[in-house]
Design a protein around this ligand. Structure first.
Ligand SMILES: C[S@@+](CC[C@H](N)C(=O)[O-])C[C@H]1O[C@@H](n2cnc3c(N)ncnc32)[C@H](O)[C@@H]1O
Length: 442
C-alpha cells in the first residue's frame, strides 16, 4: 500500500533519476509516487540525494553521492558552472540536451501531433551575439558580466565560452573611469555587421562630480571599449556617440534588418539563420495566401521572408524603434506598399482573417494567449508559430487545437545550447482548408 503523501522522509535516499525538468533539475519518483526535483541530477544517474524541502507535493533534493553517473553526463566546459546563472545544462551532453528539448516540444504539441524534428546544430562556443551584462563593484574596480543564479551578485567567470568573442573582450576590459562614476549598472550590447554597439545605464556614485562626469563621454567610453556606437545614461547624464543601430549579418535580403542595443534580436546568428530557413521551407510548402498577418514583427527579421507569400502583409509590433527600423527597410526595398506596419500592442490590433490568410507569430516568453483565443473564434487558414517558451507554446496550442487547427509540422532550433531554452517553429493548418492541409502533408 502506498505511504500517505506527507509521510516523514529520511534525510537522504538512494534513487534513480529518470527525467530532466524544464528548470534543469533531474526528476525522480519515490515509491509513494511523489516527485523529487534533484539539483544537478541527470537522467540515468544512480544517486543518493539529500532532501531539502517539500512544497505542494514536490520534493527538492541535492545530490549527496553519485553511485553510477548517467551516460548523458558531461564535464561542464566552464569553471563557473553551477555558480553562474548563464548556462544551466553544461553537465549534460549536447546530444542529450537536444533530445530532452525535443521531447519537451513533443509534449507541448499535444496528442496526435507529428514527430518533432531538430533543425541542425548550433555550436555553443561563442554563440551569444547579444547580451545584457551587469556592472558591479568588485573591490576598488568594476566588474562586468553575468549574475550568479538567483542572486544580484556577479558570477566570477574567468572566460565566458558562450559569449561572442567580441562581447567577451568587452566584458573583460571595463574602463577604470566607470568605477568612480557608478555603483551598479548594465550594458546591453549586440554584435552586428558594422561592429558592436551598446547601451550603458547606471546609478551614479555620490562622488560623481562635474569634472568626472565631463570625462564620461560616450565617445571616450566607446573608444576605450572599441565600440561602433554607445549610448550612456547615468543618473541625469545622457550622451550618445557613433552608430545607434547595426544590421544582422545573417540576413541577406530582401529587407535589411537593423537592431539597436536595447531592442530584440535572436541571441545567436546561426539559430536565426536556421529559424529563417525552416520558415522559408514551410512558406514554400504552404503556398500563396491572400494576406499575411505577422504578429510580433520586431524590426522585420521575418517580414522579408513573407514578400513572395501574399500581396498584402500586415506587420504588428509594439516597439516604436523597431517599427521605425522596419518602415525604413521597407521604404529602402520599395516594399512599403505591400506591407502595412501597425505600431501597436497585438492585443489592440486584433483583426479577423480575410480570405486565405496566414498568421506568422513570434511572441516573447509570455506567448500569445489573446491571439490564440482570437484564432479560436475565427481561425486563419494556416499559422506559423515561432516560440521561445515551450510552456506557453503548449498552452496556446491547446486553445488552437480546440479551434480546429492541427499541428502539421514542428521543428526545434537549439538556439540556446548549454541552457534549457530553445526556439521552435510549429506549423498549424485548419482542416477546413483541405488544399493547405494536403500540401503540408505532401
Ligand atoms: C521574440 S521577438 C520577435 C521579433 C521578430 N519577429 C524577430 O524575429 O526579430 C518579440 C517581439 O514582440 C514585441 N512585442 C512584445 N509584446 C508585444 C505586444 N504585446 N504587442 C506587440 N508586440 C509585442 C517585442 O517588442 C519584440 O520585438
Amino acid at each position: 500500500m502506498a505511504a500517505p503523501p506527507f509521510a516523514p522522509l529520511p534525510a537522504s535516499q538512494r534513487l534513480t533519476i529518470t527525467g530532466l525538468g524544464g528548470l534543469a533539475d533531474g526528476i525522480a519518483r519515490l515509491p509513494t509516487g511523489e516527485v523529487v526535483l534533484v539539483a544537478g541530477g541527470v537522467p540515468g544517474d544512480e544517486a543518493t540525494v539529500r532532501f531539502s524541502s517539500r512544497s505542494k507535493g514536490i520534493l527538492r533534493a541535492d545530490l549527496e553521492t553519485l553511485h553510477q553517473p548517467s551516460a548523458e553526463r558531461a564535464q561542464p566546459a566552464c569553471s563557473a558552472f553551477g555558480q553562474c546563472g548563464g548556462c544551466d545544462l553544461q553537465h549534460v551532453t549536447l546530444e542529450a540536451q537536444r533530445r530532452h528539448k525535443l521531447s519537451w516540444l513533443q509534449r507541448a504539441l499535444g496528442r496526435d501531433a507529428p514527430v518533432a524534428r531538430l533543425a541542425g546544430d548550433v555550436q555553443p562556443q561563442g554563440h551569444r551575439r547579444r547580451a545584457r551584462l551587469h556592472l558591479r563593484r568588485v573591490g576598488r574596480g568594476m566588474g562586468l558580466g553575468l549574475l550568479q543564479a538567483r542572486s544580484d551578485q556577479l558570477a566570477f567567470v574567468k572566460n565566458c565560452l558562450a559569449l561572442d568573442p567580441q562581447l567577451e573582450a568587452l566584458r573583460r576590459q571595463v574602463p577604470p573611469l566607470l568605477a568612480q562614476a557608478i555603483d551598479t549598472g548594465e550594458l546591453m550590447a549586440v554584435v552586428g555587421r558594422q561592429g558592436v554597439i551598446a547601451a550603458l545605464s547606471g546609478r551614479p556614485t555620490r562622488e560623481l562630480d562635474l569634472q568626472l562626469a565631463q570625462q564620461l563621454t560616450a565617445e571616450r567610453l566607446a573608444k576605450d571599449w572599441g565600440l561602433a556606437g554607445l549610448t550612456v545614461h547615468i543618473g541625469r547624464f545622457e550622451d550618445a556617440w557613433g552608430l545607434s543601430e547595426v544590421d544582422l549579418p545573417e540576413v541577406d535580403g530582401p529587407l535589411a534588418v537593423g537592431v539597436d542595443a536595447r531592442g530584440f534580436c535572436q541571441a545567436s546568428a546561426e539559430a536565426n539563420r536556421q529559424i529563417r530557413l525552416v520558415l522559408a521551407e514551410q512558406l514554400a510548402s504552404l503556398g500563396p495566401f491572400d494576406r499575411v498577418q505577422e504578429w510580433y514583427a520586431g524590426s522585420g527579421n521575418l517580414t522579408g521572408l513573407l514578400l513572395q507569400t501574399a500581396p498584402r502583409i500586415r506587420a504588428i509590433e509594439s516597439d516604436l524603434g523597431a517599427c521605425d527600423r522596419l518602415q525604413r527597410s521597407l521604404d529602402a526595398a520599395g516594399a512599403s506598399q505591400q506591407v502595412e506596419v501597425v505600431c501597436s500592442p497585438v492585443e489592440q490590433a486584433l483583426s479577423l482573417p480575410r480570405g486565405r490568410e496566414l498568421w506568422l507569430l513570434d511572441p516573447g516568453r509570455i506567448g500569445a494567449r489573446d491571439l490564440a483565443e482570437q484564432a479560436g473564434a475565427a481561425p486563419p487558414a494556416a499559422m506559423l508559430y515561432v516560440s521561445c517558451a515551450l510552456d506557453t507554446l503548449g498552452r496556446d496550442l491547446a486553445v488552437l487545437r480546440q479551434a480546429g487547427m492541427r499541428v502539421a509540422d514542428a521543428v526545434l532550433i537549439d538556439a540556446f545550447p548549454w541552457t534549457v531554452h530553445s526556439e521552435a517553429v510549429v506549423t498549424l493548418v485548419h482542416d477546413a482548408n483541405p488544399r493547405i492541409a494536403e500540401s503540408v502533408q505532401g
